[in-house]
Write a protein that binds this ligand. Structure first.
Ligand code: UN1
Length: 499
C-alpha cells in the first residue's frame, strides 16, 4: 500500500527551514510515501544532530508495481517522435536553469559539498539535458549501399523499453541527469534508483521533467538500499538494461546478475587518478589543478586526484606549493558560501577515510600535511591530508579512498611516472603537467585511462564527449557524448528489395 505524500510536490527545499517533505519516492508522476516506519533517515552531514528527513525505502512489491507503471507508460513515449521528445528535454533544461539555485542548495544540504561545487553540478546537469535534447533531431541510424543494385539498406535505432539507472550519492543531480537524458531521448521509460543517502535531488529532477511535459510514469524514482528490493529491480522482466555508477565490487555483482538475464550493463566504477608532474611543468598550474582535484568536492568523486606522481627534481618545490595552497582551504558546511571543502557524506564514509589515514601512516608514508579544522558543528568532517614518499605498492597508492587525501609518489623520470600511473587496477582519468609535446603524446599513448587530461585537473569532462574508464573503472560502453544514446537502443538492420 502506498499513499501520496502530503506535502505538495512543488514545495521548495531550498533551505533547512523548508525541508519538510524532502523525502519521497516519485512514481507515476507523483510523490509517494509508503506506509510503515521510516527506515531511510538522513542526517545533515554538516550538523549531524539535525535530521533532514526520512521515509520508508522501497520494498519488492513497490519495485514491481513501479516497473509495471513504467512499462504501461512506455508505448506512448516510444511513439512520440524523437524531435518532440527533444523538446521535452529542452524545456527540462530551461526549468533546471530557472531553479538552479534551489538545486545547488539542495545538493549542498543533502550531500554536503560546497555550494560552488553544487552550482557546477547543476550547470553540468543542464548541459547534458540540453545536449541530449538536440540528439532527438539526430536520432536514427545510417543508410548504406547494398550488394544488390535493387536493394536499399539502412539501420534504425529503437528504444529498449524500461531501463534502470542506479546512481551514487556524490553527484546526486548530475549523474541521474546524464543517465536519464540519453535514456529518455532514445524513447525509454526509466526507473531511477538514487543512493539512499541522497534521493531528494533525483526526485526534484523527476518533477521538473514532469513539469516540462514528460508523461507521468515515464520517469520514476525509487529509493531502496542494496538488497532484495534492488535485486528485484535488476531481475524485473520488463527491465531491459541497467546503467550504474558505484563501487567496482557493486558493478561486478550487478553485471553478473544482468549477464544471467542477458541484458546489457553500463557501469561507471572506481578510480585512483594520477596527476603526473614532469620536470618542465608550470608548477603553479599543476599545484592549482592538484589541490582542486584532490580536495574539491571533499575528494568524493571518482575523478578526484588521489595520486600525484612527480619527477624527483621538482618534487620539493611542488609539495611546498601544494601544502601552502591547501592551507588556504576552508572546511565547513556545504551551504556556507565561504566553504571550499564540505563534510563527508555520512559517518561511515568519514570513518572509512580516517582508517586510510591510519593505514598510510602504518605503511610508512610521510604525513606532511593535515588541515587544522576550526570550530565546527558536530558533523562528518575530514581534514585535507597530504602523504609524501608514498610507494606504489602501498594501499594508499592503490586503493580508492574517496576522501580529501593526496598521496605523492616521487619518481626519477617520465618513463617511471607513466609506469607508476598504470600500476593500479583502475583506469578512469589521469593528467599530465608538461610543456613537452613529445611527453604529452607519450602520456596519451601509454597511460591506460578512459579520460586523459593535459595541463588540467583529472576532474570531470564535457557532456558532449564520452566519459568513462578502462580496467576496473568501467564495464560496457561509456556515458555521455553522442554514443551514450546507443546504449539505450537496439539496432535494426533493414534491407528493402525494390527490384
Ligand atoms: C566528475 O568527477 O566530475 O561517481 C564526475 C563519480 C563519477 C562522476 C564524476 N561517476 O564520481
Amino acid at each position: 500500500m502506498v499513499a501520496t505524500a502530503k506535502d505538495p510536490a512543488s514545495e521548495s527545499a531550498s533551505s533547512s527551514n523548508s525541508i519538510k517533505g524532502l523525502y519521497a519516492h516519485f512514481i507515476g508522476g507523483r510523490r509517494v510515501l509508503p506506509d510503515g516506519p521510516p527506515d531511510l533517515v538522513r542526517e545533515n552531514p554538516s550538523a549531524s544532530a539535525e535530521i533532514l528527513g526520512g521515509m520508508r525505502s522501497a520494498d519488492i512489491e513497490l519495485v514491481k508495481s513501479t516497473v509495471r507503471i513504467a512499462a504501461e507508460a512506455w508505448p506512448a513515449w516510444r511513439n512520440t517522435a524523437a524531435p518532440s521528445r527533444g523538446k521535452v528535454l529542452l524545456e527540462a533544461a530551461r526549468l533546471m536553469d530557472s531553479y538552479r539555485e534551489e538545486f545547488a542548495r539542495l545538493i549542498s544540504l543533502e550531500e554536503g559539498k560546497a555550494l560552488k561545487d553544487s552550482r557546477a553540478e547543476v550547470q553540468r546537469s543542464i548541459n547534458i539535458t540540453e545536449f541530449m535534447s538536440g540528439e532527438g533531431r539526430r536520432f536514427g541510424g545510417y543508410t548504406s549501399g547494398s550488394e544488390s543494385a535493387t536493394k536499399f539498406a539502412f539501420t534504425t535505432r529503437q528504444p529498449l523499453g524500461v531501463v534502470a539507472c542506479v546512481t551514487p550519492w556524490n553527484f546526486p543531480l548530475a549523474i541521474p541527469a546524464w543517465k536519464i537524458a540519453p535514456a529518455l531521448i532514445a524513447g525509454n521509460s526509466v526507473i531511477l534508483k538514487p543512493a539512499s543517502s541522497t534521493p531528494a535531488s533525483a526526485v526534484r529532477l523527476a518533477e521538473i521533467f514532469l513539469e516540462a511535459g514528460l508523461p507521468a510514469g515515464v520517469l520514476n524514482v525509487l529509493a531502496a538500499r542494496g538488497g532484495p528490493a534492488a535485486e528485484a529491480l535488476l531481475d524485473a522482466e520488463e527491465v531491459q538494461a541497467v546503467s550504474l555508477t558505484g563501487h567496482t565490487s557493486t558493478g561486478l555483482k550487478v553485471a553478473a546478475r544482468c549477464a544471467g538475464r542477458g541484458i546489457p550493463v553500463q557501469a561507471e566504477l572506481g578510480g585512483k587518478n594520477a596527476a603526473i608532474v614532469l620536470a618542465d611543468a608550470d608548477l603553479d598550474l599543476a599545484c592549482a589543478g592538484i589541490v582542486d582535484g584532490a580536495f574539491g568536492s571533499t575528494g568524493q568523486r571518482c575523478t578526484a586526484t588521489s595520486r600525484t606522481i612527480v619527477v624527483e627534481s621538482v618534487a620539493d618545490q611542488l609539495l611546498d606549493r601544494v601544502v601552502s595552497r591547501a592551507r588556504q582551504l576552508t572546511v565547513g558546511p556545504g551551504v556556507d558560501e565561504a566553504t571550499d571543502v564540505g563534510p563527508a557524506v555520512t559517518a561511515d564514509q568519514r570513518d572509512s577515510v580516517l582508517r586510510y589515514l591510519e593505514v598510510g601512516r602504518e605503511e610508512g608514508a610521510e604525513n606532511v600535511y593535515t588541515a587544522q579544522l576550526g570550530t565546527l558543528p558536530e558533523g562528518h568532517w575530514l581534514a585535507p591530508t597530504v602523504f609524501d614518499r608514498v610507494q606504489p605498492s602501498m594501499r594508499v597508492a592503490r586503493e580508492e579512498i574517496f576522501g580529501p587525501v593526496l598521496s605523492v609518489i616521487r619518481v626519477p623520470d617520465n618513463e617511471a611516472a607513466f609506469q607508476a600511473a598504470n600500476a593500479v587496477e583502475y583506469g578512469l582519468a589521469a593528467s599530465v603537467y608538461t610543456r613537452d609535446v613529445r611527453a604529452i603524446f607519450q602520456f596519451v599513448d601509454k597511460v591506460d585511462v578512459g579520460i586523459a587530461h593535459v595541463n588540467q585537473p583529472t576532474l570531470g569532462g564535457e557532456v558532449h564527449l564520452p566519459f568513462g574508464g578502462v580496467k576496473s573503472s568501467g564495464i560496457g560502453p561509456h556515458e555521455q557524448g553522442r554514443e551514450a544514446v546507443d546504449f539505450f537502443t537496439r539496432v535494426k538492420t533493414v534491407y528493402i528489395n525494390y527490384g
